[in-house]
Ligand binder design. Structure first.
Ligand SMILES: [Zn+2]
Length: 141
């Protein structure tokens, strides 16, 4: 399955780990880490191990197909995204009706901010996007 290799690399660098050190930390072999970073493909087992060692949700490792760079306002490449999908207190259900997961939980967003102009964009999580096609509340335009 696909994995966000860019995020794996970023988190590894933030920890100042070599590929070998990451392999040891998450109990995978070096070849697996190399394949994940190079081919952006990982087994569910590997994704679980990585999510655990980086202390993130396994969904955060899902490959994000949405285009976040450059900034849609000023075309800057200096874009920052929050490391995890986050719930926006109280608004999730209203902004993305019908796409929240679970009866009481809110739809999750990934905030992305442009360093240069401050433009903020919110991306719906893959989990929420996966529900769009089968939803009675949303229609493709
Ligand atoms: Zn901008």
């Amino acid at each position: 399955m696909k994995v966000n290799a860019e995020l794996v690399l970023k988190l590894r660098n933030q920890n100042s780990w070599t590929q070998e050190e990451l392999a040891i930390a998450c109990g995978l072999n070096l070849k697996t880490i190399q394949r994940i970073e190079k081919k952006a493909s990982a087994s569910l087992q590997s994704k679980k191990a990585l999510a655990s060692v980086f202390n993130i949700n396994i969904q955060d490792l899902d490959y994000e197909e949405v285009q976040m760079k450059p900034c849609s306002e000023c075309k800057s490449d200096r874009i920052y995204q929050y490391k995890k999908h986050t719930e926006i207190g109280g608004f999730g259900g209203e902004l993305l009706p019908g796409l929240a997961s679970g009866m009481f939980s809110l739809a999750k967003f990934l905030p992305v901010i442009c360093l240069d102009c401050g433009h903020i964009r919110f991306f719906a999580s893959k989990e929420a996007r996966d529900k769009l096609e089968g939803s009675d509340d949303w229609t493709q335009i």
